[in-house]
Design a protein around this ligand. Sequence first.
Ligand code: MN
Length: 743
Amino acid sequence: MFSTSLLDIPEFVWPAQDQHLIRTAYRRLFRSINQSSISAEEKKEVRKAFEFALVAHGSQRRKSGEPYITHPLEVARICFEEMGLGFKSVIGALLHDVVEDTPVTLEQVRLEFGPKIALIVDGLTKLDGLYNVESPQAENFKKVLSTLVDDVRVILIKMADRLHNLRTIDSMSRHKQLRIAAETSYIYAPLAHRLGLYNLKSEFQDICLKITEPDIYKQISSRLLETQKERNRFVAEFIKPLKEKIDRLNIPYRMFGRPKSIASIANKIKTKRVRFEEIYDLFAIRIVVDVPIEQEKSVCWQIYSIVTDVHRPIPERLRDWITTPRANGYESLHTTVISKAGKYVEVQIRSERMDDIAEKGYAAHWKYKGITNIHGIYDHWFNSIKDVLETPHNDAIEFLNDFKANLYGEEVYVYTPLGDLIVLPKGATALDFAFSIHTDIGLRANACKVNNKLVPLGYHLANGDQVQVITNSRQKPTEDWLKMVTTGKAKTRIRAALKEEQKVVAEYGLEILERKFKGLRIPLEENVEAVLKALGYKNKLDLYHDVSIGHLEWPDIISKFSIEGNRLVPIRPLEVKPEEATEIRDRAPMQEGRLLINGEDAKTYQYSLASCCHPVQGDDIFAYVTAGSGVKIHRITCRNAENMMVNYSYRVLKAEWTSKTGDKFPANIVIHGIDEGIGVIERITHIISSLHGVNIRSFTIMSEEGTFEGKVGVVVTSKEHIAQLIESLSNLKGVTSVQREES
Ligand code: MN
């Protein structure tokens, strides 16, 4: 225990209840540390870091009112206990906010704790300083990734920091909660996935769902609770015959049912259009054996054989990630079987070591493989990040999307002609393969041979393919190539090559213009802005490019101007067309005073309802300041929401409905069912228009193999109104599912 005198920071003494909070957080951290194999020397260092942070943060408080020091203490505990990181990370976590938020300098940290810790704290400080509202988040993530390559611990501590902030997010404003949730599901959850931190990823996603769709979250969690007993019974029944047989192997093992995360269940309900009751895999059965590493594989297959003797397997669902682990290091044997009761059940078979890696990712790799080079585990991946980072990007958002594309998803395993294994994301093409070997091979790729047969560059690779690239020195990438590749590296390199090409072309255009301007004895430099404006070009490069390829000829340019002295003056000055102004007014059909934007009456903004997600009264919404068409109101669940909130957070404003009104809003409802001829259409329209008195704006129906999908455009007054409509439509004969269209 630390001395009480420490809690009397010069000029400040914590009140008793705050002292209690600090002590509790301190004890929680040290309880785990004391149970571990951390040496006395290391413990002293941790303790020193705590004291240092305690003094540094002084009387600072969190938004929730708690003493600030409880935050770094808790982040340190998460790092140690939940992520299995070592004592250096614990120290980094304790100090993660001192340079950013207190007068302490990095130099002081270096003097007290050495250069390694200083480097980690520096990385974390840089990451923290990024929450500058004016700069696009994509720029920031680029920096996040650079630090990731420097020392992966920086990003791991950052994840723990994010997790604690999410766990204590209640004290934030709703607007801020939404932005943090968007950012988390946009980048932190995928990164956690890629680093193999499955526990973290699930918790990130669950908390995000709780924030963005609280109704759905509450519904699923209470349904899970209600059905728990029934599920336990089922698991017991399923396990019983297995247990008898596995016991005979005489090896230590654990077998249990493991519930899936709320977010993954919500996702299934949405994408598979099923009800909660119809989801068969609310849980998986996990069998974890405790055997030496050299026996793991054979014992796991022995267990597999027992499982499939008792329950009938579905062969397509067999996944062998023991023979070839996933790129994030995940190892496990998965199969889906049909239980005696006719239910599908996923069974996961693995060793204790594999289980540890699956739960804790990075840190467990570290422990088991005893790798001395921290980057050993993710070498291949880090190299690809470095690659993307080193290529200049004009657009940080483009970069982020390229990078993100490779975070999720499965891999495909292919071979070079020499038999080297290359791991690519699923969906990768022969051209992706070429770029993964070397940029020059990618840029000069002319054709590919897969398993000795000639295939087009856009050929989608399959597991086990042997790929050979045929190059041609005169080959050049084209715009079409971008559509042919999925990996970030290939996309980045192709774009860079195209831009380089464009630059050369543009230089030629610049020369042409310079000659023409020289002929008129007026300087190009001072007049180019006027040309851009008059001809509607966004940048010089595009202008020069069009001149170069002959899209824009000299007479087209000069005819727009008169020459006065050494300046070009537009003949007809551009003015705002009067139609534009009225158009914007038309797009806001709402009545006055029903909506608040940033706490103010919305009518002071030129706003309209977004057509991608059709918000209606009662929906959770936000406002987005567009580049040219005023403010748009979107639903929080809009598919574009994450992108807007993360990459353009400075354009996002808070929006809320005030009172219920008789206003009318357009919305779309999607109905699935069994096709029984036109009777269905009649019944649907009857319910909507006669029973509910709702106007139908549009109705399209498609049928295929005895089922149909209908899309009805309606005009409603509120979210509840849609819910009522969906309720009555769901009860119709022949209808299997009814949903409001998600953007
Ligand atoms: Mn923090």
